[in-house]
Structure formats: C-alpha cells, structure tokens
Write a new protein. Structure first.
Length: 111
C-alpha cells in the first residue's frame, strides 16, 4: 500500500510541475520572474516530458490493480520518476537562464 502512496505522490509532482511549465508558455501567471523564465521551446519540451512520465506512472499504477504482475515494476517506475525530477532540477540549477546583475552598487559608500 505504501508503494502506491509514493507512486501517486511522484506522479502528482510530475504532472503538476509539467502542467505549470506548459501553462506558463501561453498564459503566464507571474509565478516565475521574466528574467529567469525558460524559453518557450525548452519549457514545452520539459513540460511534455514531465507530464508524459506522470501519465505513464499513473497508467502503470492503475494497471497494476488489474494485472498483479505489474506490481514488480512500481518501484523502478518511482525511481525513474525521481531521476526525471533530479535531471530537471539539475537543468534548472546549472543550465537555465540566469539573472544578469549590474556590477555597480546603487549608492555611494562614504566611509
């Protein structure tokens, strides 16, 4: 039972993150500042992949109720979801657009 809980949590995180990425393309909510927002093509690719992994996870989880032999694939699917989120997080931290700060202070220091 605990396996299904983790499976549904992993699937929901993937689906929510993917749909947020896809939704920010057409109608931005202002959740992500403009300076660090992903380009539209990259956001679309990541969103589609994350939603795809989430739907695949839900499909395998639902089919495991009908076909008990699919239960053995639930833990590898959870690991695959975690790896997909880790790769996305690594992309966001190291490869995503960064804010360019001005190298000058705004006020003059009088020390």
């Amino acid at each position: 039972m605990l396996t299904y809980v983790f499976l549904l949590i992993a699937a929901s995180v993937l689906l929510f993150q993917g749909t947020q990425l896809l939704g920010e393309i057409d109608s931005p909510l202002g959740v992500v500042p403009y300076e660090v927002a992903l380009p539209k093509t990259i956001a679309r690719r990541w969103g589609e992949r994350l939603v795809g992994f989430g739907c695949l996870t839900l499909l395998i989880g639902a089919l495991s109720f009908l076909f008990p032999w699919l239960f053995q694939f639930l833990v590898p699917v959870i690991i695959m979801d975690g790896c997909a989120l880790a790769v996305f997080a690594i992309y966001l931290v190291f490869l995503a657009p960064r804010v360019e700060y001005i190298g000058k202070p705004t006020e003059i220091d009088h020390h």
